[in-house]
Design a protein around this ligand. Structure first.
Ligand SMILES: [Zn+2]
Length: 91
């Protein structure tokens, strides 16, 4: 599909190239024609579909860690810890 759009671009460039009289425009269109035609010819495989736009909106949920409450200061402490990082008492 992308190939065909490049092909269309090259055709449009060729048409514009024929219709314009301005030299700079001719140069630009010539470059555009060569590049787009080249891509249309040598394009190897259709690209994989772009990642869905909502890919990043669904951030992986922060893994719920096992928490326990420090008996001394009442803050949530990781289950694996034996010492409270806030009050450095044993949990
Ligand atoms: Zn504590």
């Amino acid at each position: 599909m992308l190939r065909y759009s490049f092909l269309a671009t090259s055709i449009l460039s060729a048409l514009n190239f024929l219709l314009t009289d301005v030299f700079v425009v001719q140069v630009i269109l010539g470059i555009c024609l060569v590049v787009s035609l080249g891509i249309a010819i040598i394009w190897p495989e259709p690209l994989p579909p772009p990642p869905s736009p909502d890919l990043w909106s669904e951030a992986p949920k922060t893994k719920e860690r096992e928490m326990k409450i420090c008996s001394n200061c009442g803050k949530a402490v990781d289950q694996k810890w034996s010492m409270c990082p806030y009050c450095s008492k044993k949990v």
